[in-house]
Write a protein that binds this ligand. Structure first.
Ligand SMILES: Nc1ncnc2c1ncn2[C@@H]1O[C@H](COP(=O)(O)OP(=O)(O)O)[C@@H](O)[C@H]1O
Ligand SMILES: [Mg+2]
Length: 348
């Protein structure tokens, strides 16, 4: 196994079902076993981590301590695990800014539900927060599959555009400078006296006056907390640094999955650097090597076919990726055993 440098942040990405969550958890276990302080965050709303680690079934974004006892390991060691909760992160911002009442808005609440569209942005903010707490040696991120992962990478840019452009547009649209006042009732009055009246009265007719008021309140509350959002931009800058992050692109031994990994790498090229590890998960090599069917039988031909297919795929992978890690399939039905087996392969 090649040497994997120790970094502050490690990202596990890839398409669905290839083993991201399991490999990331295996990595957390391996590092914790070496005595590093590790936080594992899953930002995939699918939350399989909850089942694997048997975490409490509440969406409160709490940090849970997982003893290595769970994996029959050293009882005195542990790692921390957290299921990303956009609502909980937003709540913290609200408290920090004294905007609790404003953030009670149903619009903000809807946005911050797990599939509400703010998951990726809130995740960036949460990671930045955890980095600033300065408690962990390594933060491991189990990211959502495919497109959502690219959303995660690009969300800092979206935050910036949102506050730079969208807000200016909204306020300009309302005919009022952002620095002048900021009371929603005044703005409503202003809107009524300006050209927006028509639009709002139409909106009001469809959604009711309460919605319009709530919408404006939500926009203002987000604007008042903008520095908490903009702060997360720092994380994105750091992420691109080779000294700061390791990237693990997880895939399985299928041409289709390897192509998807290649696509994801291309889409993320503005972020990824040289410490990118392609993890080919669920390789059959050890079993195939241990299996010796009689020569010239259908079984020996089957083995030959499987071996050459795997080595062709490995060759394809090495052509396109500098660092290739091959992790073999764990022959056991228990997800905990999968994590354990993968942790050992990280160490090997
Ligand atoms: N090396 C492995 N050997 C055996 N089973 C594995 C291995 N890696 C992952 N699995 C299993 O594959 C399934 C999908 O893994 P998961 O980590 O949930 O994928 P993802 O997070 O990419 O969707 C799980 O049941 C997991 O336990
Ligand atoms: Mg997963």
């Amino acid at each position: 196994m090649m040497k994997i440098p120790l970094k502050k942040v490690e990202l596990f990405c890839g398409t669905g079902g290839v083993g991201k969550t399991t490999v990331a958890t295996g990595r957390a276990l391996a590092l914790a076993n070496e005595g590093r302080k590790v936080l594992l965050i899953t930002i995939d709303p699918a939350k399989r981590l909850k089942q694997i680690l048997n975490l409490p079934d509440i969406d409160d974004g709490a940090v849970n301590t997982v003893s290595l006892d769970l994996f029959d390991g050293d009882k005195t060691k542990s790692f921390d695990a957290m299921l990303m909760s956009p609502g909980a992160t937003l709540k913290r911002i609200a408290v920090q800014k004294g905007l609790e009442a404003e953030f009670e808005s149903t619009i903000i609440k809807t946005l911050s539900r797990p599939y509400g569209g703010m998951n990726e942005i809130m995740s960036i903010i949460e990671v930045q927060h955890q980095l600033e707490r300065n408690v962990y040696d390594t933060i491991i991120l189990d990211t959502p599959p495919g497109k959502h992962f690219i959303d995660f990478l690009e969300s800092s840019e979206k935050i910036k555009n949102f506050f730079d452009k969208s807000f200016l547009e909204i306020f300009e649209y309302l005919g009022k400078s952002i620095h002048g006042g900021g009371k929603s009732r005044n703005i409503i009055t202003l809107m009524i006296s300006t050209g927006v009246k028509k639009l709002l009265s139409y909106l009001e007719a469809v959604t009711g006056a309460d919605f319009v008021r709530e919408f404006i309140d939500a926009v203002l509350a987000l604007y008042k907390s903008r520095d908490a959002f903009l702060h997360a931009l720092d994380f994105q800058k750091e992420l691109k640094q080779e000294s700061f992050s390791n990237w693990f692109l997880v895939t399985s031994v299928e041409q289709q999955k390897l192509n998807e990994a290649q696509d994801l790498k291309d889409q993320a090229e503005n972020f990824i650097h040289n410490d990118l590890f392609l993890v080919i998960n669920k390789c059959l090599t050890p079993y195939l090597n241990a299996w010796n069917p009689e020569a010239n039988t259908p079984l020996s031909r089957l083995k030959g076919g499987m071996v050459s297919r795997e080595s062709e795929l490995s060759e394809f992978a090495s052509k396109n990726f500098t660092n290739v890690l091959k992790f073999h399939e764990i022959n056991n039905p228990s997800p905990l055993e999968h994590v354990k087996g993968l942790a050992l392969q990280f160490k090997a």
